[in-house]
Design a binder for this molecule. Structure first.
Ligand code: GLA
Length: 385
């Protein structure tokens, strides 16, 4: 009797052991290594395998990122009652990102925003870029960094989970000089609700560089109406006015007394339809603000608050400017869950150097030289009240 019991127990232990082994192997074949969850996001039309990585923390935040365009696909953040919602626009599947023209969540490069006439010079040599925005080049050209396949790997992080993405942009790609090695590290700290993005780049020839992230936020949750009642603060006393093709005129204009003044928190919709030339040119807000900063390092650029959900976003950056874009070109095309994204369904805060800097000697320089290491940092910090 005792022997039979022992036999049964041994058999059970063996079964549990085998079960454990097969579970572990099935997890690893699904890509569960380290702490970041990795799953297939499908194949590109060119047949390349693309992954989706999910980072989580202890405070209820979850971020998923694909190596197609080093793109933030979902960003789940708790509201004032602790209920999480996805607050970034995007698509459910890879083909949305392959075919999309809105740069949802993407890493934008080699040069974020516009370069006038698709031309700039370095040391008297003129470089010509493909024009993909009327007469100008927008967001790195026809196939910008947002449409490239990046290499991804989880890297060690003391604070939480970190995902590194790298991309080598060849000399001459989209007309830009120099082999540029770009690295973007996304970090989700375990104990804080923030997504930190660290950009690093080196080149083997003089080139120009402007890297940013193009997440579209709706703090009520993506697909939940427009953002006109979100309250915005921009820590900036000047902006760079544009012509009707959205190229900066070169002037740094004081925001005081204009609808561009967001030094005190103001609803995005309050002045957006005013008959102001800059708002007419942008079809709303689509401008670069010159950030007021106390010295170098990370400084507070912008704050956005949604009175409905209580969610608040703070944007900190080492960059000199931020493009506040009020989603003016969104046209009702469908995104996640087949939900339409109408005009102004979200806003972007693209931390950056100023648009068209290569053609404006008075703007902070975007020139990157061999042997120099470019580094910038942006933090999207979340809270609720
Ligand atoms: C930036 C530009 C806008 C628009 C969006 C993408 O914010 O300044 O004009 O092109 O990207 O649609």
């Amino acid at each position: 009797m005792i022997k039979a019991k022992q036999k049964a127990r041994t058999l059970l232990c063996v079964l549990i052991f085998i079960g454990g082994l097969s579970l572990a192997s099935s997890l690893s074949s699904q890509g569960m290594r380290g702490t970041i969850k990795k799953e297939s996001f499908g194949k590109t039309t060119g047949g390349e395998q693309i992954e989706l990585y999910s980072l989580t923390n202890k405070k209820g935040m979850e971020v998923s990122i694909t190596n197609f365009g080093a793109t933030v696909v979902t960003l789940k953040v708790p509201d004032r009652s602790g209920k999480a919602a996805d607050i970034v626009l995007g698509y459910d599947t890879l083909d949305g990102y392959e075919n999309g023209t809105s740069y949802f969540g993407a890493t934008v490069g080699r040069y974020g925003n516009r370069i006038a006439g698709g031309k700039f010079s370095i040391d008297g040599k003129t470089y010509t870029l493909p024009k993909n925005n009327g007469e100008n080049t927008l967001h790195g050209g026809i196939v910008g960094f947002n449409k490239r396949v990046w290499k991804a790997q989880e890297i060690a992080s003391k604070e939480g989970e970190s995902l590194e993405m790298t991309y080598l942009s060849a000399d001459g790609e989209e007309g830009f000089p120099g082999n540029l090695s770009a690295k973007v590290v996304f970090t989700l700290p375990a104990e804080r609700n923030e997504l930190r993005i660290d950009y690093t780049a080196t080149t083997d020839k003089d080139t120009v560089l402007n890297l940013t992230n193009h997440s579209y936020f709706n703090l009520s949750g993506e697909g939940n109406g427009d953002i006109l009642d979100h309250v915005m603060t921009l820590h900036s006393k000047q902006f760079t006015p544009v012509d009707k093709t959205l190229i900066p005129t070169g002037e740094l204009k004081n925001v005081g007394g204009t609808p561009m003044d967001f030094n005190s928190a103001t609803a995005i919709g309050k002045r957006i339809n005013e008959n102001d030339e800059q708002l007419v040119f942008g079809k709303g807000y689509d401008h670069n603000w010159v950030l007021t900063r106390a010295g170098g390092g990370l400084s507070m650029a912008a704050e956005a608050y949604d009175p409905k959900s209580g969610r608040k976003l703070e944007v900190l950056t080492t960059e000199p400017g931020v493009q506040f874009y009020s989603g003016n070109f969104l046209d009702g095309a469908k995104g996640k869950g087949n939900k339409p994204y109408p005009q102004r369904a979200a806003f972007c805060l693209e931390t950056q150097h100023f648009p068209d800097s290569p053609n404006h000697a008075n703007f902070p320089s975007t020139l990157l030289k061999p042997n120099a290491v470019f580094h910038s940092q942006t933090v999207f910090r979340f809270s609720a009240k």
